[in-house]
Design a binder for this molecule. Structure first.
Ligand code: AMP
Length: 280
């Protein structure tokens, strides 16, 4: 498996593959890879001749008070995971390789970015869309893989790809969880043992909400109230948001009469965690 630090290096390799008629799958990540990322890589390896994984902590998607500096990094472990999973190339650029000093061009996707994380992280999706657009231009994948863990991000990327006629198929992949239910996340490493236990209120609320809807509840506010109660019972938890939105447009919605996304962001101590379920 190849590790590339430069845009030119990735482009040259992909050009070779395309000349040979090989299909290219792509998994963009911020690294510190776990089983959730691996599930995306596994799926990409199944569906494509060659798989590229990018490992890049993208500074422009972090707000000024967020965890850019402390975000966990381990390229060595990431490379081993990627190689074992069957990836052909890891693209791990420095920030300067991705953003020249006078970088001034951004991709802004409105509408789908107004609720949920878009509300509490105002510049986040502009940063995500810009870097994913750049990565798509560098890797030119046939298919790109995104986790439902970041459900709003998946909806935003789908919208960007549709609106800008990008030549890539976006594939959404299910949330991978720890045995006790906690959604896997690189940010779980921030949690103390006590916080790790408290963090279970997110998945507990997700499972409870899902069960209510499975039992026939269609009143979104009742579902959200029950979920909020579960979270509020944990003293270490502070709700950022718990909302129900239409899955395709990410507009607030109160009734389960179309595909909906029920999503939350909750602080456990200083760590902001997200979780969700999609009701198709
Ligand atoms: P990140 O490195 O956190 O930016 O995530 C890179 C990709 O992996 C995104 O598409 C995430 O949605 C996906 N991902 C992260 N955690 C999980 C998980 N627990 N299950 C499924 N996909 C995940």
């Amino acid at each position: 498996m190849q590790i590339e630090k430069t845009v030119a290096g990735v482009k040259a390799q992909v050009r070779e593959w395309k000349k040979e008629g090989l299909s290219v799958g792509f998994v963009p990540t911020m690294g510190y890879l776990h089983e959730g990322h691996k599930s995306l890589i596994d799926r990409a390896v199944q569906e494509n001749d060659r798989v590229v994984v990018s490992v890049f902590v993208n500074p422009i998607q972090f707000g000024p008070t967020e965890d850019l500096e402390s975000y966990p990094r381990d390229l060595n472990a990431d490379s081993i995971l990627c190689e074992k999973a069957g990836a052909a190339l890891v693209f791990a650029p420095e920030v300067s390789e991705m953003y020249a000093d006078n970088f001034t061009t951004f991709v802004d996707t409105s509408g789908v970015t107004e609720e949920l994380c878009g509300k509490s992280r105002p510049i986040h999706f502009r940063g995500v869309c810009t870097v994913v657009n750049k990565l798509f231009n560098i890797v030119t994948p046939d298919k790109a893989y995104f986790g439902e863990k970041d459900a709003q991000q998946l909806a935003v990327i789908r919208r960007m790809v549709r609106d800008l006629n990008m030549n890539v198929t976006v594939v959404g992949c299910p949330i991978i969880r720890e045995e006790d239910g906690l959604a896997k996340s690189s940010r779980n490493t921030y949690l103390s043992a006590e916080e790790r236990q408290a963090a279970l209120v997110l998945s507990k609320a997700v499972f409870a909400g899902k069960a209510m809807i499975a039992d026939g509840e269609t009143d979104g506010d009742k579902v959200l109230d029950a979920m909020k109660q579960i979270i509020s019972a944990e003293p270490m938890a502070r709700i950022d948001y718990v909302e129900m939105v239409k899955w395709d447009t990410i507009e607030v919605h109160h009734k389960v009469d179309c595909p909906v996304l029920v999503a939350m962001a909750v602080y456990i101590g200083k760590t902001r965690l997200i979780d969700n379920f999609i009701q198709e």
